[in-house]
Design a protein around this ligand. Structure first.
Ligand SMILES: Nc1ncnc2c1ncn2[C@@H]1O[C@H](COP(=O)(O)OP(=O)(O)OP(=O)(O)O)[C@@H](O)[C@H]1O
Length: 357
């Protein structure tokens, strides 16, 4: 079942430097689907377009082209006016996303009232307390009366998550939800998201540049590079056996637990940086790619390299000297079904609570 369908999403930003004008294509034909009870991680380096995709899905920005369709539990398209009930976003910085002058109760009451989910004061108070309990903020009545500065970073992010749940969202976009939090409380917040996804059948799009987190907390991974999805597939397979040279680079640069958190050395693939022109013909990674070939000046389309694994790389095509792919992407190409192993479990049995604070 699909609850959000993103198809061929494009975002162009107009840039101006003195008299020169150009266009930066921050998202280039991005397509994927989200399903209830599953997490898709969107990974990639800074500037690869992850937040741009998130902002378009959250309707904070208008796509230049492409469609985003939300579907309800019966498979019917969610009408425009109800879209914001269905899709909610949790931002990176919980402090910036909460108003310091208002109590936690005020933050949660607003969406509850706006989306017509409470009728009177008693229902409102109960709904606020129930939301706080769902995100493990107890005693709820005490937390409801506090202001953001009276909460720890982890508690603030829990309030932001509760606020996203308030309208009855079925899709939650979490954009680097723990990167601004203390390392010691990150796991608790990630476990909370995993529990909500599991227990409430939420569809989660988790945006992160942390591959280890992406692997442990998601079913599928989409790897973005300079606006394009270059690889997608079940989380373990993408991280452990990357099919695209860029994913290989990311995986190699990720901290190696055996090396006590030090990043492994990467050679021959230094970033060239700088925005690419809108047409951006050819593989965007070719300047950094150790396997670059002449054919890489043509844009590779995604091909299915092994069942459910897609990569946009000529190495996996007969034209690029590889073996023939299983399938080529069509116009309605879907996000592959999730991997076999259920993920999102609480690693190391960590609780989804913060230390009291
Ligand atoms: N409003 C804007 N105007 C112009 N360019 C923008 C705008 N927003 C983003 N960009 C550019 O679009 C590209 C993608 O940015 P985006 O923030 O989506 O990347 P990201 O992968 O989320 O990076 P990060 O992890 O640093 O947030 C970048 O080159 C960025 O500079």
């Amino acid at each position: 079942m699909t609850t959000l369908h993103v198809r061929d999403l494009v975002k162009d930003y107009a840039l101006r430097s003195g008299l020169r004008r150009s266009v930066l294509r921050a998202a280039d034909r991005v397509s994927f689907t989200l399903s209830p009870g599953r997490t898709v991680a969107l990974v990639g380096e800074s500037g690869s377009g992850k937040s741009t995709v998130a902002r378009m899905i959250a309707r904070l920005e208008r796509p230049t082209a492409g469609t985003i369709t939300a579907l309800d539990d019966t498979g019917r398209t969610v009408p425009g006016r109800d879209y914001r009930h269905h899709v909610q976003m949790v931002f990176q910085d919980p402090f910036a996303s909460l108003n310091p002058f208002h109590t936690v109760e005020h933050h949660l009451l607003r969406p509850l009232r706006l989306h017509g989910r409470v009728r009177d004061r008693r229902e409102a108070r109960e709904a606020v307390e129930h939301l706080l309990e769902r995100v493990n903020l107890v005693p709820a009545a005490d937390i409801a009366a506090r202001r953001p500065h009276e909460l720890s970073g982890g508690q603030r992010q829990r309030v932001a998550i509760a606020r996203a749940l308030a309208p009855g969202a079925r899709v939650v976009i979490a954009d680097e939800p723990v990167s601004m939090l203390d390392v010691s409380i990150r796991l608790g917040v990630l476990n909370l998201l995993a529990r909500l996804r599991r227990e409430e059948d939420l569809a989660l799009l988790h945006i992160t540049h942390d591959l280890a987190t992406a692997r442990h907390f998601s079913d599928d991974i989409l790897v973005m590079y300079r606006g394009r999805v270059v690889e997608r597939g079940p989380a373990d397979a993408v991280i452990l056996e990357p099919a695209h040279p860029y994913t290989r680079l990311l995986a190699a640069a990720a901290p190696d637990p055996a090396a006590r958190g030090r990043a492994r050395r990467i050679t021959g693939t230094e970033p060239t940086g700088g925005p690419l022109p809108p047409s951006g013909r050819g593989c965007h990674f070719r300047d950094r790619c150790p396997s670059a070939m002449e054919i890489c000046s043509r844009t590779p389309e995604p091909v299915e390299v092994t069942p459910d694994r897609w990569a946009a790389c000529w190495l996996h095509t007969a034209e690029g000297g590889g073996s023939r792919p299983l399938r080529k992407a069509g116009a309605t190409e879907k996000c592959p079904p999730a991997g076999k192993t259920p993920s999102g479990a609480d690693p190391a049995g960590a609780p989804d609570r913060d230390a009291p604070g």
